[in-house]
Design a protein around this ligand. Structure first.
Ligand code: ADP
Length: 709
């Protein structure tokens, strides 16, 4: 529970509790799961403590995991109970259900028949009764008769994933010279032992994954109990990496993300705690698993904004990975083709080791990047693909190669408006446009999940057939591509056309196998993947991320487009990327075209340094929301008045949040900027403690914010 601190309980005689033990303890009228975080002698008598009810027969939380939970809660100015709940997610999941199997007892049947003999012959391996009957070609009654007679017996087992030890004798890929040099330095870092961080900074397709699999192999070989955690920003990417890990080590790694079914989650959790599961591939929350002996954490695509969890417990997974590494005295390897400025700064100042891979593996070349100026070569009216891009797609199809059309916008159209009265369709009680989805025929709010069928008449003025779709989403680009290239095999890859991880894997496999000619995709497909026949990337709206920009808009756009264009030409065929833009002179577009990341980073760093923004300063945000504007404004004024005075800290606000209304709640924000040396978490905690928000007002603190909505 989101409790701000641990509660005291008495330890019943003889229970012999230890720190980390999971227990049942009373809270009010209920018995709840808790974890022992400390033990001390009772100083005697002010008030009697309630006793712990019992110790649960479950793995204790390792001391390091507990320390990490407490550290994370303090840093994020959140309640330790909330973080602990995440660390216990696997322990709280339902146990895998036992299966009932039958096996021979050794007793002889009183009466022997051919059917019974066949059953006994087939019963060498324990099996469910129905399976045994089928294998022996007999009716279920025959098996039941043998059970009743005591010739066969029924027993229950809980199926366990084996999590076999990785096979370290399998050879990895033969590394090229620069890969081998990087791998060698990383092995040295592991040999030194203890906490170290390295940045593996390699262009797309340079073989970063190959290198970190070697590093993982080295870590696993150094210590027969060593565990390795590989973190990825997207579920779709975990699927691809699980395949590569399985191929490299001959075993399935533990898989951990929101779509893993609860019983499987529980198995992974317990196997990680017991040290049986040695490799975990997962999304950010895998950081909170109870590792017994973690030696290496890999954060792949470390720059990716998806490592930031924005709801509930707000944290930056990449940053917490470094903290976990420190607590575990483990090595941390951050990999990216476009590292975050935060990480680059740490590499520049020598805090992190910096390993660069500057070319693609083998004959593969980085794609040639061209800017398509939409002012001089606009698409036809009502269309989104410009003549140069259409021509390039045609040529790519003619060569039998694949195209990726990248547009970071789900659905068909981001806005529906009424031609008659100008009404823009918005979600009720929320400041955000409804996005049209043609597949489902609905208008959807991407913020709250609200959806409704697309109405026939304008709900505002009642005009018939007046609603028009404005702007493109992936579905609309797909429609245009189908009209232009009716014979091409075209598919859409976006988080709402893929229902689950399996569907994502199927699309990735189809694309890899060359069964798709044109893939229209949001960022879900634009990162990390290797599609051997993909030679053309068309970025439909390169300017999208620059609009309504926040501090990281340019950096993020550069990273995303470098990733997306980096999908092209990853094998022997040269790749090309066309960026459609209205601002070809913009620094981001120029840097992408020139493939000059360093110049872009240098310019961006200079701006951040002048403004003392991250990585040269620190930020935190307060977001307060409530149903009543007057009450919220009064609360924000009160908060502003009690903001602590501290050197090197500036508080901006209160201001309306850009999303000023969500689900009927008004939203307002403060932004806090601090110099690097300031303990911003302590500052925020002090501030927070000075106000007591009314029950209707929620206050969230976001340390190191990435979203400024
Ligand atoms: P990155 O992670 O840097 O984008 P990958 O590790 O995915 O790069 O490598 C890109 C492609 O090149 C993959 O298909 C990979 O299997 C291949 N590759 C990279 N290095 C080697 C190598 N040393 N031997 C064989 N194939 C390699």
């Amino acid at each position: 529970m989101p409790l701000p601190e641990a509660f005291d309980y008495a330890e019943p005689d003889g229970m012999e509790l230890a720190v980390g033990d999971q227990v049942a303890a009373p809270l009010g009228p209920r018995l709840l799961r808790g974890v022992v975080v400390g033990l001390r002698e009772a100083t005697g008598g002010n008030r009697p403590l309630k006793p712990v009810d019992r110790r649960l027969d479950e793995p204790p939380l390792p001391a390091n995991t507990l320390e990490f939970v407490q550290w994370a809660a303090r840093y994020t100015v959140d309640n330790p109970g909330q973080v602990l709940a995440i660390a216990l997610r696997g322990a709280r999941a339902p146990k895998p259900r036992p299966v009932r199997l039958v096996r021979p007892t050794g007793a002889q049947p009183a009466r022997s028949t051919p059917a019974r003999t066949r059953v006994l012959e087939a019963a060498g391996q324990p099996a469910p009764a129905a399976v045994l009957a089928q294998a022996a070609g007999v009716s279920a009654g025959v098996v039941r008769g043998l059970i009743d007679e005591g010739v066969l017996e029924v027993f229950e087992i809980i199926p366990e994933a084996s999590f076999d030890a990785p096979d370290l004798s399998r050879p990895g890929s033969a590394l090229n010279a620069s890969q081998a040099a990087a791998a060698g330095l990383l092995n040295e870092m592991l040999d030194e032992g203890g906490f170290n961080v390295a940045l593996l900074d390699g262009v797309t397709g340079s073989g970063k994954t190959e290198v970190y699999l070697e590093t993982a192999a080295h870590a696993l070989a150094m210590d027969p109990m060593a565990q390795v955690l590989i973190l990825l920003p997207e579920i779709a990417l975990t699927q691809a990496v699980i395949g590569r890990v399985a191929a490299r080590f001959g075993v399935q790694p533990g898989e951990w993300h929101s779509e893993v079914a609860p019983p499987a989650r529980r198995r992974v959790w317990e196997a990680v705690a017991a040290g049986r599961c040695r490799i975990v591939v997962g999304a950010r929350s895998a950081l909170f698993l109870p590792f017994a002996n973690l030696k290496l954490i890999v954060v792949d695509e470390e720059h990716d904004g998806s490592f930031k969890q924005e709801e509930g417990f707000i944290y930056q997974g990449r940053d917490l990975a470094v903290v976990r590494g420190k607590i575990e005295q483990a090595a941390v390897l951050l990999a990216s083709a476009t590292p975050s400025l935060e990480t680059l700064r740490n590499a520049e100042t020598g805090r992190y080791r910096w390993l660069r891979l500057s070319s693609r593996h083998g004959v593969a070349q980085l794609p040639q990047i061209e800017l398509v100026d939409l002012r001089s070569t606009p698409p036809a009216s009502g269309c989104w693909l410009s003549p140069p891009l259409v021509q390039a797609i045609g040529e790519t199809l003619a060569r039998g190669e694949q195209t990726l059309l990248f547009l970071n916008r789900r659905g068909y159209a981001p806005l529906v408006l009424c031609r008659a009265c100008g009404e823009r369709m918005t979600a009720p009680d929320t400041d955000s446009w409804l996005v049209e989805h043609r597949y489902s025929g609905r208008l959807v709010c991407h913020l709250t999940g609200f959806s409704m069928p697309k109405p026939e008449r304008c709900p505002h003025c009642g005009a018939q057939e007046s609603l028009v779709s404005i702007g493109p989403g992936v579905e609309r680009v797909e429609e245009e591509a189908r009209q232009l290239f009716p014979d091409a095999r075209i598919a859409v890859f976006s988080s709402d056309t893929m229902f689950d991880a399996r569907e994502a894997r199927r699309l990735v496999e189809a694309m890899t196998a060359g069964e798709i000619d044109v893939l229209v995709a949001t960022q879900a497909a634009a990162k990390g993947h290797n599609f051997p026949m993909l030679t053309l990337v068309g970025v439909v709206d390169a300017d999208l991320g620059l609009r309504g920009g926040d501090l990281r808009a340019a950096e993020r756009t550069f990273q995303l487009l470098a990733q997306a264009t980096g999908r092209a030409g990853r094998r022997d065929r040269p790749g090309k990327a066309l960026l459609q833009t209205y601002a070809p002179e913009h620094a981001v577009m120029q840097a992408l075209q020139a493939q000059d990341r360093d110049a872009f980073v240098a310019a961006e760093m200079e701006e951040r340094e002048l403004a003392k923004l991250p990585p040269f300063g620190r930020l935190a945000a307060v977001i307060a929301s409530g149903p009543d504007l007057v009450q919220l404004e009064a609360f924000m004024r009160e908060m502003a008045q009690v903001a602590p005075n501290a050197g090197g800290v500036e508080v901006y606000g209160p201001a309306d949040a850009p999303l000023a209304l969500v689900r009927g709640r008004r939203r307002k924000r403060f932004l806090v900027r601090a110099d690097r040396g300031v303990d911003l978490s302590a500052y925020m905690a002090t501030w927070r403690a000075r106000v007591k928000p009314p029950a209707a007002i929620r206050v969230a603190i976001d340390v190191d914010p990435y979203s400024f909505l």
